[in-house]
Design a protein around this ligand. Sequence first.
Ligand code: G3H
Ligand code: 13P
Ligand code: ZN
Length: 335
Amino acid sequence: MPLVPMKQLLDEAVKGNYGVGAYNVNNMEQVQAIVWAARDTQSPLIVQASRGALKYSSLVYLKHLMLAAVEENPDLPIAMHLDHGNNLDSCKTAISLGFTSVMIDGSLMEDGKTASDYEYNVKVTKEVVNYAHERGVTVEGELGTLGGIEDGVGSGEIHVTDPAMVQDFVEKTGVDALAVAIGTSHGAYKFKSEPKLAFDVLEETGKRLPGFPLVMHGSSSVPAELVAVVNKYGGKMPDAKGVPMDAIKKGITMGVRKINVDTDSRIAMTGAIRKVFGETPDKFDPRDYLKPAREAVYNLLITKMKDFGTAGHAKDFAPKSLDDYRQLYAKKDRK
Ligand code: G3H
Ligand code: 13P
Ligand code: ZN
């Protein structure tokens, strides 16, 4: 099974009423952990790379690592997605690398920090949709802004999505999926006290866009047991807090179909590496610590794929190609 457009995975998730994790990757061990977890749970998979990840890997390395995952697992439906594209150019770059899906985060200006206005968001998102759909590529947009600043992504201020605007945004731009801001943020410090999300906003958004895939960014749960490993072996992550799994499950019942996770994999890897360094300071072969790091991510994702309800759905449908979707979009435009 080849790389599939993300729209197919999300539309299938709508039909089956489950969520699909979109897992960020930067290196080989993360790609392997994610794809092996998907293989062993038989889960459709979204592998995503941020602009920072692409830069870190000189673009082509990450592309080929993702393609290696597809080559090794020809029976798994996998979408390759650009996380937080900041303009048409970054989306074009990802599409030229073979990505089957892009996010244009027009809720922020090109600097990825300053909150934009609605007109700007509609304009830049529409531009990307026109370019991507001509090539069969899926587009995710965003309305509202997350809190938290992770390597330059995020305004640091939460602007919760206004449900009154979602239909207009989807109609004007033609996006295939919509990221909504309901109080989550990127990173390991999402809440100062108890986690609180705007489920009323999510519910209303779901009602206004029935059957339309919603996306939840900042969905790491920051599991206490993983943070404890980091802290036990010399790390310093006081007061780290994430989105509880029950909240994500509730989101899925309200229309969330794509669930973005990066921080949890980072914490799992870091804890595993710190443990090796702490317990066996004589080790210096990278395989001695990267293998446990890879296992830690694998174990974490097996649980997530089951909890999100993705497990077991890999063979529910026949995969479609970018060309199939190019024709579908063209037909829709002619109507
Ligand atoms: O959007 C945030 C993701 O966690 C990606 O983070 O830009 O540090 O790769 P990054
Ligand atoms: P986390 O920082 O919660 O893992 O969120 C990742 C994300 O939203 C990537 O776009
Ligand atoms: Zn994000």
